[in-house]
Design a protein around this ligand. Structure first.
Ligand code: UGA
Length: 441
């Protein structure tokens, strides 16, 4: 089937590459000429495990095309995905200008029936706006053409995007058109083999499903962070509590890991956007407001421990920092807890010696040029001459370090661990002063 994807960000690029991988003929359109040129040369603008070979192979096989030519993109495909960004505007609402601009582009160039699919995370009611925008542009062109707008949200996780896209838990189709449903069932047939994953519903429910999923996961995390804060007050260990409650299948072990807060391009933005959408229809989303407030506070937690430990005297201290990305297996630093910590440390006059397995270039791009940030080539180098160690990301490479080396390199054997990677008892036996999240110091 001929498919066009507008937007080669995380969602669009992965979706386009995977649809090509299963045999569809996919054109990816983006306004960014540099990105398109890079992709046409087999390069990848993001770090995502497993994506590069898939893009290269399908490019070589002629099933995947990258272009800035929107007209060609619209005219050659029966199914058109909108996978452009929806950044938060000043008040946290999702900004739809890119989505609606693609809708107009589709309407300007279409010459026959098209199925337009919203893949971007968009507020409830966006499909109606896309429909209105296409109708208006067609009216201006004085042509009458039929089209469908479908909501088909994406649920992939950064770092596991290829796998998530190849074997989705579910495929949500928000459509009231039986023809669109038939076409999309054909498109997704390769992903729907072993058991039924397609759930068809009305457009608005599909749009809300995406926000509900992310907000539920963010709620689990903030809830657990609150329990961690209580565990500290009560002298309990939240890791025992986590295991204790996770064993109840109604609660489950997923997304109840306490830590230094959730980050990334999705949870913070989506929680905020649903709060704003709720306000817009006269509803105060109290649970979500609390989820957001707890997360803000949690991102300041590590700094709080550090500042208390040193009685606020951080001027001139050198801090070894492991982990800059918002989570492992990505170089993405959007809304990363490490940023809040570094900025607080700098404010107090400390210098940060940082290491991350993937996010060094990104850190250089965001903070390069500061003389209170040293980017180190290895996790061991980051320790050298530092006063203490802080961990912000649960990369595999940090889980079993050489603790003797850590003790040797640091001015004092002191670790602040924002991801609860180590056993406090073992740290005690090794003579390391250890602070985890919600573990009772
Ligand atoms: C999230 C969702 O998990 C995906 O299902 C969704 O499709 C995606 O957003 C999206 O809307 O595009 P992602 O932001 O890539 O995916 O990352 P997650 O793996 O969900 O992690 C988010 C944050 O929560 C990270 O900072 C992570 O460290 C934190 N987290 C996660 C915790 O603090 N505790 C946990 O138990 C789990």
């Amino acid at each position: 089937m001929r498919v066009t994807v507008f937007g080669v960000g995380y969602v669009g690029l992965v979706q386009g590459a995977i649809l090509a991988e299963v045999g569809h003929d996919v054109t990816c359109v983006d306004v960014d000429q540099d990105k398109v040129a890079l992709l046409n040369n087999g390069g990848i603008p993001i770090y995502e495990p497993g994506l590069e070979p898939i893009v290269k192979e399908n490019l070589a096989a002629g099933r995947l095309h990258f272009t800035t030519d929107a007209k060609e993109g619209v005219q050659r495909a029966e199914v058109i995905f909108i996978a452009v960004g929806t950044p938060p505007d000043e008040d946290g609402s999702a900004d739809l200008k890119y989505v609606l601009s693609v809708a107009r582009t589709v309407a300007e160039h279409m010459q026959e029936h098209k199925i337009v699919i919203n893949k971007s995370t968009v507020p409830v009611g966006t499909a109606d706006k896309v429909r209105a925008s296409i109708t208006e542009t067609l009216r201006q062109r004085k042509v009458e053409l039929s089209f469908d707008v479908v909501s088909n949200p994406e649920f992939l996780k950064e770092g596991a995007a290829v796998k998530d896209c190849m074997s989705p838990d579910r495929i949500i189709l928000g459509t009231e058109s039986s023809n669109s449903e038939k076409v999309l069932r054909r498109l997704y047939a390769p992903f729907n083999r072993n058991h039924e994953k397609i759930i068809v519903m009305d457009v608005r429910s599909a749009e809300l499903t995406k926000y509900a999923a992310n907000c539920m996961l963010a709620t689990k995390i903030s809830f657990m962070n609150e329990i961690a804060n209580l565990a500290e007050k009560f002298g309990a260990d939240v890791e025992n509590v986590r295991r204790g409650i996770g064993s109840d299948p109604r609660i489950g072990y997923h997304f109840i890991y306490p830590g230094c807060g959730y980050g990334g391009s999705c949870f913070p933005k989506d929680v905020q956007a649903l709060i704003r959408s709720a306000n817009a229809v006269g509803y105060q989303a109290r649970v979500l407001e609390s989820v957001e407030a707890v997360n803000y506070a949690q991102k300041e937690k590590l700094f709080g421990y550090i500042s208390d430990y040193f009685d606020g005297q951080l001027d001139g201290k050198t801090v070894a920092l492991w982990g800059l990305s918002f989570k492992p297996n990505t170089d993405d630093m959007r809304e990363a807890p490490s940023r809040v910590l570094m900025e607080q440390l700098w404010e107090e006059g400390a210098t940060v010696q940082a290491y991350d397995p993937e996010a060094m270039e990104e850190t250089q791009r965001v903070y390069g040029g500061r003389n209170d940030l040293r980017l180190m080539g290895t996790k061991e180098a980051a320790l050298s001459g530092a006063d203490f160690l802080v961990i912000c990301t649960d990369w595999q490479a940090f889980k079993a370090p050489d603790f003797e080396l850590i003790k040797q390199q640091l001015a004092q054997p002191l670790i602040f661990d924002g991801r609860n990677l180590y056993d406090p008892q073992q740290m005690h036996e090794l003579g390391i002063h250890y602070f985890g999240i919600g573990r009772g110091q």
